[in-house]
Design a protein around this ligand. Structure first.
Ligand code: FPP
Ligand code: MG
Length: 344
């Protein structure tokens, strides 16, 4: 997959989010801007004796490299509830920073496991500075995420983030265990995606509820909204990995094949194509071979079927949100739609 968009020059939100931000209103945009500043400060802590040195430099560069900040946006939108104007943001900004930091930490570690040369169109820390640098930068961001959330004094919020972080690790382990396997079924794939991706979307929404206007009573239902759109997000990512244009995703097509990651479009395509069903996934070792498999997958209905499932999840998420008393339901709808409408 290609988690998030290439580039975030000067802390600007990606243009494709503009309609959502316009609909969300000025306060949300201010809180996102505050999140950006806070992330930069968190990456380079001054309270550490001697500072964080190269960790701070690499963490800062990672945070500046891009991302749609979808998870922070979900914290703010879910935290707003029916309040108009939305509640002042200190704990919500802390929560937004914490989920984004966990996301970044996970990507840094993921790039080590994937031996990835590029992320968001830029060289990864793994590629430029090596494994130890990438792992330790991820560890740094992971630690800072919990420090930030703990400062809110909300033990339940910290517990929620901790559960999601463990889920991410379990999902990643499942993915490694499934590598190059011909036996990965749809249910197993979905379970893995719930753990490695949807859990953090769910947590963003839960934290919004816990620390914002809706309160703990809304956490399960908002969490469910986040889980469903998170799952749809991952499915779309996996479609884009096999179908997407490198200029848009920031990566070559077929990187999941080279990693041995068996994703939904590949599972569907193997159901349809005898050629793909017979393929030993370990034999795909070059970008050219991966490209050729992508072309064969594109001849099946796999991309359409996987996208249809993502769309169903989004529709279900929107139905669930519509049943809640939320002031800015239309903005949540836009976010839900955006996870399946993107090209990177
Ligand atoms: C990117 O997805 C990776 C993840 C969503 C999760 C990675 C999790 C870990 C490495 C476990 C460590 C977790 C923490 C909290 C430090 P992908 O691999 O589908 O996307 P890609 O194509 O961008 O690599
Ligand atoms: Mg990966």
């Amino acid at each position: 997959m290609s988690a998030d968009a290439p580039g975030r020059a000067g802390g600007q939100a990606p243009e494709e989010l503009r309609p959502i931000l316009d609909a969300a209103g000025e306060q949300t945009e201010r809180m996102l801007a505050e999140t950006e500043l806070r992330l930069a400060r968190i990456a380079a802590p001054t309270e550490l004796p001697g500072g964080a040195g190269e960790l701070a430099t690499r963490a800062g560069a990672t945070l500046a490299a891009g991302g749609k900040r979808l998870r922070p946006l979900l914290v703010f939108l879910c935290g707003a509830g029916a309040a108009d104007p939305p509640p002042a943001g200190e704990p919500l900004v802390a929560a937004a920073c914490s989920v984004e930091l966990i996301h970044m930490a996970a990507l840094l570690h993921d790039d080590v496991l994937d031996r990835a040369p590029l992320r968001r169109g830029l060289p990864t820390v793994f590629a430029t500075d090596g494994r130890d640098a990438a792992v330790s930068t991820g560890d740094h961001l992971f630690a800072r995420a919990f420090g930030e959330l703990a400062a809110t004094g909300h033990a339940g919020a910290v517990q929620t983030l901790s559960i999601a972080s463990s889920a991410l690790v379990r999902g990643e382990l499942m993915q490694r265990a499934d590598a190059w396997s011909a036996d990965v079924v749809v249910a197993r794939y979905l379970e893995r995606c719930e753990l490695k991706t949807a859990s953090l979307f769910e947590t963003a929404c839960r934290l919004g509820a816990l620390l914002g206007a809706p309160g703990p009573g809304a956490a399960d239902r908002l969490g469910s909204f986040g889980r469903q759109i998170g799952l749809a997000f991952q499915i779309l990512d996996d479609v884009l990995d096999l179908a997407g244009a490198p200029g848009q995703t920031g990566k070559r097509r077929g990187t999941d094949l080279l990693d041995g990651t068996v994703t939904l479009p590949l599972i569907y395509a193997r159901e349809e194509s005898t050629e793909l069903a017979a393929l030993d996934l370990r034999s795909v070792t070059t970008p050219e071979q991966a490209e050729s498999v992508c072309a064969t997958v594109a001849e099946t209905a796999a991309f359409e079927r996987a996208t249809a499932l993502a769309l169903e999840l989004v529709a279900d998420a929107k139905r669930g949100a519509a049943s809640m008393d939320l002031d800015r339901i239309e903005v949540l709808d836009l976010v839900a739609d955006s996870v399946v409408a993107r090209v990177s």
